[in-house]
Design a protein around this ligand. Structure first.
Ligand code: SF4
Length: 299
């Protein structure tokens, strides 16, 4: 008979986290939910070391949603710096406005209400409910998926994401009790970030010796693969270069400056420029100049 899947031991994992987890400022007790929301949005697709200084700057500048709502989109985009995927900054700005106008300048605690906010998806909504409000909800990112795939299913790679299956998978592993479940989620995520990494898992310093993948002798994963993302030479890189020009300029700029920022492929540059306009990340004046949103000179 097949052995029932064994979930990572909560006692062991939580005590490992208390001992080895990083002292990140957004994890400090009493951190406002708004600051945690900012950290969660920034940490999607950007490493901790790059997020830290920007998060400190943002939470100082905009300690409340209404403070950010009062800033212009151009200010917010400039302060986003080079964190990448700048649509996240615009969505956060929009989210700040909705929180200020419709939620009494507070971040709601309930997952369904959170899901209705601009830029808040399945992961972020549950991360806020769990890390800001200590609720027992599954929080699933790539690190958590990898740890569960290895420890529970004996697979080296979690394969493509499936929200329903992944949430159910992690929900089944959560210990009873709100606070412990929240600590467990943070610990799972940290283990995936620091020890059970994608390329070189540190099994010799892992607190989970009962791991199914390890017990099976680390079989090679041959299931469906997740799409890989490259950056060099992509439209995303071209968009970043064009946006850098506008972020560094004191006001609207001429098209020539943008043309000089990406000379690799003019067709790709045009495409990148169009998509930035469509996404509302830049605007064009009647006279053909380009600027960050909300800072066009009159006339
Ligand atoms: S034993 Fe190795 S593969 Fe298993 S959870 Fe720990 S680090 Fe990951």
């Amino acid at each position: 008979m097949a052995r029932a899947p064994q979930h990572p031991d909560s006692e062991v994992l939580i005590s490992w986290f208390a001992d080895q987890g990083r002292d990140l400022p957004w994890r400090l007790r009493g951190t406002p939910a708004w600051h945690i929301l900012i950290s969660e949005v920034m940490l999607q697709q950007t490493p901790v070391a790059r997020v830290l200084p920007i998060w400190l700057d943002w939470t100082r500048r905009w300690p409340t949603p209404s403070a950010m709502a009062a800033a212009s989109p151009a200010e917010v985009l400039r302060a986003w710096g080079k964190l990448g995927y700048p649509r996240r900054a615009l969505r956060l700005h929009e989210c700040a406005r909705v929180l200020a106008e419709q939620h009494g300048d507070e971040v709601p605690a309930d997952v369904d209400t959170l899901l209705g906010l601009p830029g808040v998806g399945a992961y972020t909504a549950r991360a806020i409910a769990c890390f800001a409000y200590g609720q027992r909800v599954p929080v699933v990112d790539i690190n958590v998926r990898r740890v569960i795939a290895r420890t529970v299913h004996g697979q080296g790679d979690p394969g493509p994401a499936s929200t329903t299956r992944d949430l159910a998978d992690v929900a089944a592993a959560l210990p009873v009790g709100q606070r412990r479940a929240a600590q467990y989620s943070a610990a799972l995520m940290e283990l995936g970030a620091l020890v059970c990494t994608a390329r070189k898992p540190g099994c010799d310093r892992c607190p989970l010796p009962e791991c199914a993948w390890r017990a099976a002798g680390f079989p090679t994963y041959d299931g469906p693969k997740r799409p890989t993302q490259r950056f060099e030479g992509t439209d995303r890189q071209a968009r970043g270069r064009l946006l850098d020009v506008l972020r560094d300029a004191p006001g609207p700029v001429d098209r020539t400056l943008l043309d000089l920022a990406w000379t690799v492929d003019p067709g790709q540059r045009d495409r990148a420029l169009d998509s930035l306009l469509v996404d509302g990340l830049i605007e064009q004046t009647d006279t053909g100049l380009f600027a960050l949103p909300g800072e066009l000179s009159p006339g």
